[in-house]
Design a protein around this ligand. Structure first.
Ligand code: NAD
Ligand code: USQ
Length: 391
C-alpha cells in the first residue's frame, strides 16, 4: 500500500515510517521540522542524538534495511504543497501525525495559542481537500487525543454517546472538554473530519490517543542512526518519559499538584501497532470512526510510585515532589474510558512494568551527558497569577 506519513520526522512519525516500510509498504514522509525548531527556540534538545534531517534519516534507513522512504520537507499549511504530494504520491492511506502536539506550548502566549490552532486546523483542512479532489478513496488515519474528552464525571465512550432526551434518542459525538488550546485544536479537527466524511464521502479514523512513553521500537533498535527523538523538557516531554529521565539524573519527580490526574497511557510500540491495525482495517467510504488509543490508565502519583519502585530495583534513590500545579486541571476526579475497538481488531498490548521502566533507565543513562537540566521544571502556567507579568 502507498502510505503517506505526515509529521514523519517526529517522535512517533519517524518510527512509524520505518515500521510501514519494513512491512513492505511504499512510504513517503513529510515534515517541516516544526518540532526541532520549537525545541531549539527554548534551548532544549532531544536526549537521543537524532540525525540532522529526514533525508539523512531516510539514507540511514536505506543503508540498514535496503528499503526506501520518500521524503518531502515542507509545510502542511501550504495547500499547493499538499496537493502536489497527493498528485505525485497518490496515497492509499494517510497517517497524520503532523501537528503541534504540546499542551504547555499552546498555553504559553496568545501567539502560541493562535499558531497551534492555525497550524493544526489548517494543515488538516488542506489534507481533507486534497483527499476530496485527488484521493477520494484513500483512508485518513488521524492522530487525535484522549484529552479531547477532558475528565467528565461519567464513563468516556469511544467517540459517540447514545443519548435519550425528552423522549427521543440519538447517538451523538461524545461531549468535548479539552484542557488546553492544543487539545481544543484536536476537537476542531475532529469536527472538520467528521463533516468532510459526511459531505465528501471520505473515510477516516480518528485515533484519540493517550499519553505515549518509551523510545525503543523494533526498527530504532537496529542502528543508533535510526533512533527516534526523546524529549524531557517541560513543554514537549510527556509524563512518564520525564519521570524516567528525572530518576536517572537524580532530580525529584515533578508531580503536579495532588497527583490524582488520571490519563490513558501506551507504549510507543503500541502506537505503531494501533496505527497499523487502523490502516489495515479501513472503514467504508463516508464513515468517520473513532478509536480510543491507549492500553492502561494511571494517576500521575501511581506513575511516580512505579518509577520510584523501579529505581529501587535498579539501585537509584528516587524522590517524589508534589509541586505547585502550573496547569488548570482537576487533580482528583473520576476517570474510566472505554478502549475496546483496537483490542477487537487484534491489538496485543505491551503493559507497563518495572522491567520496562528499568530498560528506559538504561537507554536514558547512555545519553545522560546530553541532558539540559534547566528545562525540567515547569515554567508555562495556564493562568498567570496577578503578581506575575503575562508572558
Ligand atoms: P512530534 O512533534 O514529534 O511530531 C509531529 C511532527 O509533525 C513534528 O516532526 C513536526 O515537525 C511535524 N509538523 C507539525 N506541524 C507541521 C506542519 N504544518 N507541516 C509539516 N510538518 C509538521 O509529536 P509526536 O509526539 O510524535 O505526536 C505525533 C501526533 O500524535 C501529534 O498529532 C500529537 O498531537 C499526537 N499525540 C501524541 C501523543 C504523545 O504522547 N506523544 C499522544 C497523543 C496524541
Ligand atoms: N504532569 C505531571 N508532571 C509532569 C508532567 C505532567 O504531573 O512533570 C501531569 C499533567 O499535569 C497532566 C498529566 O501529567 O495531568 C499528563 O501530562 P503530559 O504532559 O504527559 O500530557 P499532555 O499535556 O496531556 O499531552 C500529552 C502529549 C499530547 C497528547 C496527550 C494525550 O504531549 O500530544 O495529545 O498527551 S492525553 O493526555 O490523553 O490528552
Amino acid at each position: 500500500m502507498r502510505v503517506l506519513i505526515l509529521g514523519g520526522d517526529g517522535y512517533l512519525g519517524w518510527p512509524s515510517a520505518m515500521r510501514f516500510s519494513a512491512r513492505g509498504h511504499e512510504v513517503h514522509a513529510v515534515d517541516n521540522y516544526l518540532r526541532r525548531r520549537a525545541l531549539r527556540e527554548t534551548g532544549s534538545d532531544s536526549l537521543t542524538p537524532i540525525l540532522d534531517d529526514l533525508p539523512a534519516r531516510a539514507a540511514a534507513w536505506k543503508d540498514v534495511s535496503g528499503r526506501t522512504i520518500g521524503v518531502t520537507e515542507g509545510d502542511l499549511c501550504d495547500p499547493e504543497l499538499v496537493d502536489r504530494l497527493f498528485r505525485d504520491f497518490r496515497p492509499e492511506a494517510i497517517v497524520h501525525y503532523g501537528e503541534m502536539p504540546s499542551a504547555p506550548y499552546s498555553m504559553a502566549t496568545r501567539e502560541h495559542a493562535v499558531f497551534t490552532q492555525y497550524n493544526n486546523v489548517i494543515g488538516t483542512l488542506n489534507v481533507l481537500f486534497a483527499m476530496r479532489d485527488l484521493a477520494p478513496d484513500a483512508h485518513l488515519v488521524k492522530l487525535g487525543t484522549m484529552g479531547e474528552y477532558g475528565t467528565p464525571n461519567i464513563d468516556i465512550e469511544e467517540g459517540f454517546l447514545p443519548i435519550e432526551h425528552k423522549g427521543r434518542s440519538d447517538v451523538l459525538p461524545f461531549p468535548k472538554q479539552p484542557g488546553s488550546f492544543y487539545h481544543a485544536s484536536k476537537v476542531h479537527d475532529s469536527v472538520n473530519i467528521q463533516f468532510a466524511c459526511r459531505v465528501y464521502d471520505l473515510r477516516a479514523t480518528d485515533l484519540n490517543q493517550g499519553v505515549v512513553y518509551g523510545m525503543a521500537t523494533e526498527e530504532t533498535r537496529l542502528d543508533e542512526r535510526l533512533l527516534t527523538r526523546f524529549d524531557y523538557d517541560e513543554m514537549f516531554g510527556t509524563t512518564l518519559n520525564r519521570f524516567c529521565l528525572q530518576a536517572v539524573i537524580g532530580h525529584p519527580l515533578t508531580v503536579y499538584g495532588a497527583g490524582g490526574q488520571t490519563r490513558g497511557y501506551l507504549n510507543v510500540i503500541d502506537t505503531l501497532q494501533c496505527v497499523e491495525l487502523a490502516v489495515e482495517n479501513p472503514p467504508d467510504r463516508g464513515e468517520y470512526r473513532v478509536f480510543n488509543q491507549f492500553t492502561e490508565q494511571f494517576t500521575v502519583a501511581e506513575l511516580a510510585d512505579l518509577v520510584q519502585r523501579a529505581g529501587k530495583e535498579y539501585g537509584i534513590d528516587v524522590d517524589i515532589e508534589n509541586i505547585d500545579n502550573p496547569r488548570v486541571e482537576a487533580e482528583e476526579h473520576y476517570y474510566r474510558a472505554t478502549h475496546t475497538k483496537l483490542l477487537d481488531l487484534g491489538l496485543q498490548p505491551h503493559h507497563l512494568s518495572e522491567t520496562l521502566i528499568e530498560s528506559m533507565f538504561e537507554m536514558i543513562g547512555r545519553y545522560r551527558d546530553r541532558v539540559i537540566p534547566d528545562h525540567i521544571m515547569p515554567r508555562t502556567r495556564w493562568r498567570h497569577r496577578a503578581t506575575e507579568p503575562a508572558r
